[in-house]
Design a binder for this molecule. Structure first.
Ligand code: CP
Length: 321
């Protein structure tokens, strides 16, 4: 594995999931693998889980990690080629990334979608500028389009449950849109769709209000419906997430119906397990009674972020020396 950006960087998904579960059972088994290596974690946006789980994963591999809160602690970055830098931008991405990739053995980046410039967001411009100018492997900590460490943790979690409950059919996984008070990027929903589709071991259904269709590059052959109740029928896993309209990019499209997930709605499911990447807006996206129920997997997903990051960092170290 050179870089880690999407499912395309994974050679064998089931093996990667097994590796993560092996690390969960044996956290320090490779404690010397990353000895004398440094991981740089550059955040252009806030984070709790991604930041800390990546640092713990690095520590478990014997690797030092350095967090740079780019949006507040570093120089304002210029991304335009040939820019005349006589404004507020202080350092060009090619200089900053060149420097960081001489300091670090692996460089990781979080950068959210602007939700203003669809062409720029769709090309994952900022992430790819880092790839272009880095001399070292780049790991996505969530980009404009995808959140692969989260998706791997989600599939680790689903596999753990399936190893325990043994369904006699493929599980039905439902990704349901939920309300939010802000415009939210598509990365988690895109990425979850991409990884579940690639995994291929489920009946995958996506439900959302009209105008909230995701880019079909990620949804592919998933069944898509605007009828949430129909989608939830017989579901084994319900992944709850808000995303903004892709079709009407950057616009707030008001929704009249009630899309928040509550206990009443779950009655038609197959005693579904509930997933969310966190942070969650309680009683806006999901009711307290659901998120605090014994069927909620949200804490397990968050814990599995460590093993997801550890498996990926381990693969990169082994591939790149
Ligand atoms: N799920 C997730 O990525 O959480 P953070 O934004 O806190 O890192």
């Amino acid at each position: 594995m050179k870089n880690f950006y999407s499912i395309s960087d994974v050679v064998d998904l089931n093996r990667l999931i097994e590796k993560a579960l092996f690390y969960k059972a044996n956290p320090l088994v490779d404690k010397n693998l990353g000895l004398n290596k440094r991981l740089g974690l550059f955040f252009m946006n806030p984070s709790l889980r991604t930041r800390v789980s990546s640092q713990i994963a690095a520590e478990n591999l014997g690797m030092r990690s350095f967090v740079i809160n780019g949006s507040i602690e570093s120089w304002a970055m210029e991304f335009d080629e040939n820019a005349i830098m006589n404004g507020t931008k202080v350092e060009h991405v090619k200089d900053a990334v060149g420097v960081m990739s001489s300091y670090f053995d692996i460089l990781a980046l979080r950068t959210f979608a602007s939700l203003k410039e669809i062409t720029e967001d769709n090309s994952d411009f900022i992430f790819n500028q880092f790839v272009k100018y880095s001399k070292k492997p780049i790991v996505s900590l969530e980009s404009a389009l995808l959140h692969p460490l989260q998706s791997l943790a989600d599939l680790i979690t689903i596999n753990e449950v399936l190893n325990r409950i043994q369904l006699n059919k493929k599980p039905k996984i439902v990704l349901t849109w939920a309300p939010h008070i802000k415009l939210i990027p598509h990365a988690v929903a895109n990425s979850f769709s991409q990884w579940v589709n690639y995994w291929g071991e489920s009946e995958f259904v996506i439900t959302h209000p009209e105008n909230y269709e995701l880019d079909n590059a990620y949804t592919q052959n998933a069944k898509i419906t605007t009828n949430q109740e129909e989608a939830l029928e017989g579901a084994d896993f319900v992944y709850v997430k808000n995303w903004s309209s892709y079709k009407k990019y950057g616009e707030v499209i008001p929704i009249k119906e009630d899309w928040m997930l509550n206990l009443e709605k779950l009655k038609v499911t197959n005693n579904a397990k509930i997933m969310h990447c966190l942070p969650v807006r309680r009683n806006v996206e999901i009711s307290d009674e659901v998120i605090d129920s014994e069927n909620s997997l949200v804490q397990q997903q968050a814990e599995n972020r460590v093993w997801s990051a550890q498996a990926v960092l381990s693969e990169i170290i082994k591939s790149n020396g």
